[in-house]
Design a protein. Structure first.
Length: 275
């Protein structure tokens, strides 16, 4: 059997990110062959993955970024089991490498991103390797992309919440970022009134009717009260009609029109890890 030195173990550790004892045992089993040792560690990762498949991965990192020309942007959520791992720089860097790949490849959806090649292997396999190294369930739980004339991204400190916003025209970076921060902070359900689904509108009106009846309002006033409740819903829950978080004297629409009267928000995405 080959003599395994501390230098050998450290070299394999740098190559795989696995623990010192895991590297030593893999090298011993592989009789000092690095390629075989890496394969042993990878297979161990697969075993750990199967054992932890029923665990809940509710912690993690939510990251967003835009392409160099700002015409596309993406959000990913890489989940793990504990906040300790989620805050580890190695885990965050791994999540960032997946996001970089998504932007580089212009991945269309979550499945295509999982199948994309990262360091010579599909992302899904690299995740399995990380499970073996870290010892926790890890999953790529969310991925969305936006394309527009200008896309802005915002990551809230702590990497638990991120937002993307697409615009019809190029804007000053600070203005675009302000709107992405607005989406992150206020969680709108739609861009504008006309973008709210009929089902949601009817649900909100029914809530207004029910509240009015419970308050004993006259039946002939019920619909008018429900419409009033709906207007309040538009103001609170549609992006363009929300109060601007940095200046409550104006709406988001008014803030944008101060920069460019013709600019429109074409889409937004927001994702947060539930507590």
């Amino acid at each position: 059997m080959a003599q395994i030195t501390a230098t050998d173990v450290n070299k394999l550790r740098k190559m795989t990110g696995a623990g010192m004892m895991d590297c030593k045992m893999a090298l011993q089993e592989a009789d000092g062959n690095y390629d075989k040792a890496i394969e042993i560690i990878r297979k161990k990762g697969q075993m750990v993955a199967s054992k932890r498949a029923d665990r809940e991965a509710t912690q993690g990192a939510v990251l967003a970024m835009v392409s160099s020309n700002k015409s596309s942007g993406a959000i990913i959520a890489l989940n793990c089991e504990t906040d300790f791992v989620a805050k580890n720089q190695g885990f965050i860097s791994f999540a960032q490498s997946i996001l970089d790949l998504a932007i580089q490849n212009d991945s269309a959806d979550l499945e295509s991103l999982k199948n994309a090649s990262l360091e010579g292997k599909p992302v899904s396999e690299k995740i399995v390797e990380q499970i073996g190294i870290i010892g926790e369930k890890i999953e790529l739980a969310y991925y969305e992309i936006i394309k527009a004339a200008h896309v802005a991204a915002y990551i809230h400190p702590g990497n638990k919440l991120a937002a993307l916003v697409g615009f019809s025209k190029i804007l000053p970076d600070q203005v675009a970022k302000d709107i992405a921060m607005q989406v992150a902070a206020m969680s709108p359900v739609a861009v504008d009134k006309e973008d709210v689904s009929p089902q949601v509108l009817e649900q909100e009106k029914e809530i207004g009717r029910d509240q009015a009846r419970r308050e004993g309002k006259p039946e002939n006033m019920i619909e008018k009260i429900a419409e009033g409740k709906l207007n309040k819903f538009y103001k609170e829950s549609t992006l363009m009609n929300q109060e601007f978080t940095k200046d409550s004297r104006k709406t988001v629409r008014q803030y944008l029109q101060e920069t460019d009267k013709e600019v429109k928000v074409t889409a937004f995405r927001r994702f947060t890890l539930s507590n």
